[in-house]
Design a protein around this ligand. Structure first.
Ligand code: ATP
Length: 354
């Protein structure tokens, strides 16, 4: 089934949002979403994700001067029912007194689609969402994961131009969340719907987003593919917010950074005080005799596919390292650390010109 070959492209231009009580939730926001793209809004609580989603839905309106365009059509003041958006929330917002099939068919009935066609499309949709066997169940007889599937089916059956999802998986347990995440991912790609997905869960953002918008205090901090956000954060906020990261700060001289636990070589920074980041999986544990950086294993944690170890040098901040799950480390063991220059994340690009 191909409901919607091309979703709409979306553009927000200079969208500021001030609430009635004076709260400035969004600083002027510019955002472009391509047709068929899944864009994830990611950020800590209160950063403006839901407000952005509500502006796109037409549940809130931007301050004067802001514009919202769907496929170059100005919808800034178009009410929600005329925007053709589907929405899925954390709380399922299903009709509890209706069956699964009635819930899923509701939007088509509102659109006055003929009963025979409603029946046909609902049955196709239920098959696609693996809900066929539950068509006649009431909502209160379903599990959380099944309810969220029904909510998704109900949102996409009317072929919305845009699908808006606000933390749809937060209420579910970890295993179900993983499964549904994969289902949503393949569904969005198969249907080519333009989707905006709000979450504060980084793993979810990485798994689902074609691009991720990291937001901080009502502003965009960085926009990029999951890999760009993870491997090339553009600022301290994004580096610290996404995944585990180590920070090394010290005096740099001729590409050597002096740290309490030794010397980090190959730092692409100009001489002076500097900072680099490094992901736990990009640090290699080597024989301490040959290492510029040394320390003692302070703590270990087996996570199955990897061993996470924390290493502490003399007066040294802790360094977190992910090693192979089969590696063996003992607390107190002396180790050396090696970080290849290409695995250091440098925010300060001054060095490129020296
Ligand atoms: P969360 O992850 O907690 O849902 P969020 O990133 O979605 O957070 P928003 O709900 O967009 O954040 O809120 C952004 C800011 O606007 C917050 O400071 C919030 O308190 C404020 N805010 C949201 N709705 C209103 C409102 N109706 N009136 C006043 N302030 C509001």
């Amino acid at each position: 089934m191909n409901i919607n070959e091309h979703g709409a492209s979306i553009r927000l231009e200079g969208c500021t949002k001030t609430f009635a009580d004076g709260t400035l939730a969004l600083h002027p926001l510019d955002l472009s979403v391509q047709a068929g793209e899944t864009l994830v809004l990611l950020g800590p609580s209160g950063c403006g994700k839901t407000t952005t989603l509500r502006l796109i839905a037409g549940l809130e309106f931007p301050d004067d001067g802001g514009r919202i365009l769907f496929d170059d059509e100005d919808v800034t003041h178009t009410p929600i029912e005329k925007r053709n958006v589907g929405m899925v929330f954390q709380s399922y917002a299903l009709f509890p007194n209706m069956t699964v099939a009635e819930n899923v068919g509701y939007g088509l009935k509102v659109q006055k689609v003929k009963a025979a066609e409603v029946k046909q499309r609902v049955s196709e949709m239920l098959e696609m969402m693996e809900l066929g066997a539950l068509a006649h169940r009431r909502i209160d007889q379903l599990s959380g994961g099944q309810r969220q599937r029904v909510a998704l089916a109900r949102a996409i059956i009317t072929s919305p131009r845009v699908l808006l999802l606000d933390e749809p998986l937060t209420a579910l347990d970890a295993i179900l969340r993983d499964r549904l995440r994969a289902d949503i991912n393949s569904l969005l790609r198969r249907l080519g719907i333009t989707a905006i997905y709000v979450t504060h869960d980084q793993d979810e953002a990485m798994a689902l987003g074609d691009r991720i918008v990291v937001m901080d205090h009502g502003r965009v901090s960085q926009i990029g593919s999951p890999k760009e956000i993870y491997f090339a954060p553009q600022n301290d906020f994004v580096a610290d917010f996404i995944g585990q990261i180590n920070t090394f700060e010290g005096q740099v001289s001729c590409s050597d950074m002096r740290l309490p636990g030794g010397v980090l070589s190959g730092v692409a920074l100009a001489d002076g005080q500097g900072k680099v980041y490094c992901r736990p999986e990009d640090i290699e544990v080597i024989n301490s005799a040959n290492a510029g950086l040394r320390g003692q294993v302070h703590q270990t944690q087996f996570i199955g596919d990897r061993n996470r170890i924390w290493v502490k040098g003399a007066n040294h901040e802790r360094v977190v390292i992910d090693t192979d799950g089969r590696s063996e480390f003992k607390v107190g063991q002396e180790v050396g650390l090696q970080i290849r220059p290409e695995q250091m994340i440098v925010l300060d690009r001054r060095a490129e010109s020296v």
